[in-house]
Design a protein around this ligand. Structure first.
Ligand code: SF4
Ligand code: SF4
Ligand code: FES
Length: 431
């Protein structure tokens, strides 16, 4: 996003050059950059690696500006007196008049010749003050809190806090371990009232079921009367909660996050293909979280898909070849199973053999199915359709993840089309 302008021999002023490109010049911590008009100050800073801490801001949600953690010092050129040309430095920039008070960087956008300071005594004092307020009533739960290790409050209190509490009074008590829905648990004492969860349920999930009650330090997050947080996108609130106030019933207390290895992957529960991160320790999957891809799933994914990984370690999963003998399935080795299959198939003409494959297979597996069919000499191979309801958000009606792969690799518009006639032929062939 940034494109550092330097002194040029051009007669044009930096502001005119930037304006022609739909951009503005902004000085961040002493260095000039160009950004598209309308860029949020926090995003401008982030794009040039000047970290600004924040809690309530989320790029995919509305911006309430309520946590005040993202404060920076802002400056603009002083307005020239009427009839006077503004003064400029040798590079064509106007001098910056720094405001004596801070501004939040999440809710303000950059402007021509703006200055931003992300460090300095004023900013450090502000952050220290915000952290002190946030921690005044916060429980010292970290050793038993499931968020520890990925908690913004924990990280930023180390980075920006005072290190010592001056608060000697009783902390405000709030509900803990509240069952607000089938998959999410709420600890109100840990909530820092950032409202991200409320905005997500309202603006993305379209189910505005969360809200605040009470006022001031007694402000409490809760579900609306008679409602539960039971939406199929509820676990996204645990992802975006910057603290351990909202945790997943499925994952909490299962594993400390610093032991987990993260592997980027794709959800296989439907044709949308949400981008995901698989969190494992050893050979065990402990959780799945959405991975940002703005062209597919933004930052979100449905609960039903993220929790479906449990079948991998489930008892019902077939993990080795089985051979049916005397009405009973017994475990076999792969060489034995393949030898028996080849021998059994050799009794049939190629035209009597069909392959029922799956659009859950990878592209490579689908390619091998086609190659196998060619080797056998049969043109009868198909996938099995799996249809459901499109939820209007991220769950596609096609519950197979790779129908497109089957279409492209098999050169077929409808790879499951042969299934009905193959099924009829098989039924007719059974004596
Ligand atoms: S939410 Fe963060 S700071 Fe609070 S107890 Fe949990 S880990 Fe500690
Ligand atoms: S529960 Fe978490 S996401 Fe919701 S308002 Fe509190 S801190 Fe923010
Ligand atoms: S992130 Fe800007 S006010 Fe919260």
């Amino acid at each position: 996003m940034s494109d550092s302008p330097t002194a040029t021999a051009e007669a044009k002023l930096p502001k005119d050059i930037a304006a022609e490109m739909g951009m503005v010049n902004v000085q961040i911590d002493g260095v000039w950059h160009r950004f598209p008009k309308g860029t949020r100050m926090i995003e401008a800073c982030r794009s040039v690696k000047r970290a600004v801490p924040y809690y309530c801001y989320h790029p995919k949600l509305s911006v309430p500006g309520n946590c005040r953690m993202c404060m920076v010092q802002m400056g603009m050129p002083p307005r020239p007196t009427p009839g006077q040309e503004p003064t400029r430095d040798e590079n064509g920039y106007e001098p910056i008049g720094w405001m004596p008070r801070p501004a939040i960087s999440c809710a303000n956008t950059v402007a021509e010749n703006m200055g931003i300071r992300t460090t300095g005594e004023l900013i450090e004092k502000c952050r220290e003050g915000v952290m002190e307020f946030l921690l005044i009533n916060h429980p010292l739960d970290c050793p038993i809190c499931d968020q520890a290790g990925e908690c913004r409050l924990q990280e930023q209190s180390v980075g920006y806090g005072r290190g010592v509490s001056r608060f000697v009074d009783m902390k405000v008590k709030k509900p803990k371990n509240v069952d607000i829905g089938p998959r999410i648990r709420l600890d109100d004492e840990r909530c820092i009232m950032c409202s991200r969860c409320i905005r997500f349920m309202d603006e993305v999930a379209g189910d505005p079921v969360l809200g605040f009650t009470q006022r001031g330090t007694h402000t409490t997050l809760t579900v609306h009367p008679g409602r539960l947080l039971d939406n199929n996108y509820s676990l996204n609130t645990a992802d975006i909660c910057p603290v351990g106030a909202l945790t997943s019933n499925d994952f909490r207390f299962q594993m400390r996050v610093w032991f987990l290895k993260e592997t980027p992957s794709i959800d296989v529960n439907c044709g949308t293909g949400c981008n995901i991160t698989i969190h494992t320790r050893g050979n065990t999957i402990h959780r799945i979280t959405p991975r940002q891809n703005d062209a597919v799933n933004s930052n979100w994914m449905p609960d039903s898909h993220r929790l479906n990984f449990h079948y991998i370690d489930g008892d019902a999963r077939l993990t080795e070849p089985m051979i049916l003998e005397g009405g009973i399935h017994r475990a076999a080795t792969w060489p034995e199973a393949l030898t028996k299959t080849t021998a059994a198939l050799s009794h049939y003409a190629p035209s009597e053999i069909a392959i029922i494959a799956s659009a859950r297979m990878t592209n490579e597996e689908l390619f091998l199915v086609r190659a196998l069919a060619g080797k056998i000499g049969t043109g009868a191979f198909t996938t099995v359709p799996r249809e459901g309801e499109n939820d209007g958000l991220l769950i596609a009606a096609d519950r197979n993840p790779n129908t497109t792969g089957a279409k492209l690799i098999w050169g077929s518009e409808n790879p499951s089309a042969p299934l009905a006639s193959l099924s009829a032929k098989a039924s007719a062939a059974v004596p």
